[in-house]
Design a protein around this ligand. Structure first.
Ligand SMILES: [Zn+2]
Length: 312
């Protein structure tokens, strides 16, 4: 028994293609590469419906397309909300167009669609982020509201009005399949990247090259080795590689007011003198998620602080 809607799709082509998109979640890929691997990508922008299918297979958001761009909004379970403008053509109403109709069918029958978003940056802007799969939840006559799959696809996605309590530990982690583990890892990374505006929480470094962020990592507050969860973004923080390494060695942490605490060790502090970290001591982390409920969980912060104090 599985609650995964993709496994219930009758059209084998659609099922396979959606599976491929799901596996590529979080990937940044050139349009050339996507043309080779994703059905319809070479010829279609906007909404793509394969011939003979009732459902849309994917949507592709392009920069400076005919419709205003909006970034996806991440939620703590790694799912995300995305508003997509329906297509209009020759004054026809939205529901007359077969592309929009196919998305409505996907909504009615709870069949997900793939989402690709073009990345700003490369001269010819040919990089796309594979967002993964999303369900159409609403249509208001102009916009589709899509809800991206959460980190654990078997769990029902949470909605913004009912944020679940933080569950810090996940004892199931060592029993799940490698595919699921990989899915979680990717969801944890891409979710935190968005919540932290693609910059280190401590030093705000955020390099981008050709639409791809470089040198940023998703750090766990309660480590995975201690059964800290990867299913909830509130057990994470986005850091640059340097600050992640120092964090993992318990050379710094932050308190319940998100103020930076640095290890009280003379040798370490001397070595850090010319570096950024001492200047931030006692100050609030400058780059945090916009919404209160996306902030690191108090329970995870306390756990971390406890470990930090033990290693002093
Ligand atoms: Zn940093």
């Amino acid at each position: 028994m599985t609650s995964d809607p993709v496994s219930r799709i009758l059209d084998p082509n659609l099922m396979r293609e959606l599976g491929k998109i799901r596996d590529s979640m979080g990937l940044l890929a050139s349009s050339q590469k996507l043309k080779e691997s994703i059905q319809g990508f070479g010829t279609q922008k906007g909404i793509y419906k394969p011939k003979g299918s009732d459902y849309a297979l994917w949507i592709r958001q392009t920069i400076r397309g005919g419709y205003p761009d909006e970034s996806p909004t991440p939620l703590p379970d790694g799912s995300w909300l995305y508003r997509y403008t329906s297509e209009v053509s020759d004054g026809k109403s939205s529901t007359e167009l077969h592309t929009n109709r196919s998305l409505l069918r996907s909504m009615e029958d709870h069949v997900p669609v793939g989402v690709f978003i073009q990345q700003e940056g490369r001269r010819n802007n040919s990089t796309y982020e594979v967002m993964g799969l999303a369900y159409v939840e609403k249509f208001d006559g102009t916009h589709f509201l899509l809800h991206g799959e959460p980190i654990d696809i078997e769990d029902a996605p949470i909605n913004e009005n009912a944020i679940p309590p933080f569950a810090p530990f996940d004892p199931s982690e060592d029993r799940i399949t490698a595919i699921m583990m990989n899915q979680r890892r990717k969801g944890f990374q891409t979710g935190l990247r968005r919540l932290y505006h693609e910059r280190c929480s401590l030093c705000e470094i955020g390099y981008h090259f050709r639409g791809e962020p470089i040198g940023l990592q998703a750090a766990h507050l309660i480590p995975v080795g201690e059964h800290g969860t990867s299913k909830d973004l509130r057990n994470g923080i986005l850091l640059c590689n340097n600050h992640h390494s120092l964090f993992d060695r318990y050379l710094w942490t932050f308190d319940e007011d998100f103020r930076v605490v640095v290890k009280d060790d003379p040798t370490f502090r001397r070595s850090a003198e010319n570096n950024h970290i001492l200047k931030t001591e006692g100050a609030r982390l400058p780059n945090l998620p916009d919404r209160e409920y996306d902030l690191p969980a108090m329970e995870a912060i306390r756990y971390r602080m406890d470990q930090f104090e033990r290693t002093q």
